[in-house]
Design a protein around this ligand. Structure first.
Ligand SMILES: [Zn+2]
Length: 403
């Protein structure tokens, strides 16, 4: 099926008007051969390069902000209202086995945060889980990675030693670690400890980096490593953020993530909005690049996940063009504006009218209304919310769900 959106963003520096995209979905029925889509813009689906899926509870935690470093918060947040309320639904016994039923519900719900913000891939930072966990998720959750919580707290939540984890990555999959999430001596010392232990490699993905100096950013660029920027979480917890302009100038591969809603934004769109407010000189196309090609590179995904492919468009985020500038459209986007989100030829979310043409098994989808439009979505997020409500005994509102 050929579609012709008003604008197609092939990459952050290549924008085309009215070109043909060969939309490749698994199956069709009665679909027109070609379809002009006036007032629509096609992007590559966004990539959320940092989250903790089970942590997408609400409201944010942090009664003693700003913290000098996030390690203080990790302890402090355990007495927060959010953490205590979540305990009623899923109590973390310390094993971090997230394949148990209630943890799975939370993680699935956490995926919808990304999905309703236009992302079809998310990196879920925590100890590696059983295959069942990744296979149960409504969007793609990065399965091939190794990790460490942080250089200061090491793998308190499970996993091998920092060095053993790097060895297990064999340089072929990302090695993910929180680093420099603060402004004090503890977090400032983390980078040199990382390099001393030979953990700064081309497959290293450093999360946050608030404490990084310009010299350290140059070392990261030279190592061809990546940094994930989480603006909302940084400003909320610490009051400062990564020196993002210096990082880009040094040539660091900077990607972007939400972190969990216990500290971060409600989706990547809200991260774009805050990033633009704090760094108005940063081109909006650069923010998109962080959430597309840079994210694919950091997560070591095939390049097709970072660019829109006109000849075989099996990964696409199709939205209402709400501004003449397609990148400005991203700042105004809401779930209602997403016309269709497809990953690997599987429709994940979109306007229900697509169901006439996409031959999908409706057992695997649900529908709802948002604004004036009827939407379909893979799985049933309302049912997940209901299961939480049934345990709590009242309705729990998650602001990233559009119903
Ligand atoms: Zn994190």
């Amino acid at each position: 099926m050929i579609i012709k959106p008003s604008i197609s963003v092939l990459s952050s520096d290549r924008v085309e008007a009215r070109i043909d995209l060969d939309l490749f979905c698994r199956s069709y029925s009665d679909a027109p051969e070609s379809l002009a889509l006036e007032g629509a813009v096609a992007f590559s689906p966004l990539i959320n390069s940092h989250d903790h899926l089970i942590g997408n509870w609400f409201p944010r935690a942090g009664d003693k902000r700003p913290y000098h470093n996030s390690h203080i918060w990790v302890e402090d947040m355990k007495s927060s209202f959010s953490f205590q309320e979540r305990n009623q639904f899923w109590f973390n016994d310390g094993s971090f086995d997230l394949s148990v039923p209630h943890a799975l519900v939370l993680a699935q719900l956490g995926c919808y945060k990304s999905l309703f913000g236009g992302a079809a891939t998310v990196q879920d930072h925590g100890p590696n889980q059983a295959p069942l966990y990744y296979d149960s998720m409504p969007i793609s959750v990065l399965k091939d990675y190794r990790q460490c919580h942080s250089i200061t707290m090491e793998n308190w939540w499970g996993g091998e030693s920092p060095e053993a984890e790097m060895q297990l990555s064999a340089g072929k999959i990302p090695y993910i670690i929180h680093l420099g999430e603060g402004t004090d001596n503890v977090t400032r010392a983390e980078f040199s400890e990382l390099t001393r232990r030979k953990l700064l490699q081309a497959n290293t993905l450093l999360i946050h980096g608030i404490a990084f100096t310009e010299d350290e950013l140059r070392q990261i660029a030279a190592a061809k490593a990546s940094v994930c920027w989480c603006p909302t979480s940084n400003y909320y917890l610490i009051g400062e953020t990564l020196k993002v302009e210096a990082a880009l100038q040094a040539g660091v591969n900077v990607c972007i993530g939400t972190d969990s809603t216990m500290s971060g934004g409600i989706n990547l769109i809200s991260e774009f909005i805050l990033a633009h407010e704090k760094f108005p000189a940063l081109p909006l196309s650069t923010l998109y690049k962080m959430a597309s090609e840079n994210g694919a590179k950091a997560l070591m995904l095939p390049p097709r996940y970072g660019f829109l492919q006109p000849d075989r468009t099996e990964n696409m985020l199709l939205m209402d063009l709400v501004d003449r500038d397609p990148f400005r459209t991203l700042l105004a986007a809401e779930a209602e504006n997403i016309r269709l989100l497809v990953r690997d030829g599987i429709p994940l979310f979109g306007d229900s009218q697509w169901l006439e043409w996409l031959d999908v098994d409706m057992e695997k989808y649900s529908t709802f209304r948002t604004g004036s439009r009827e939407k379909f979505v893979i799985g049933d997020p309302q049912e997940l919310n209901d299961r939480i409500d049934a345990v709590l005994g009242y309705h729990k509102d998650f602001p990233y769900l559009p119903f």
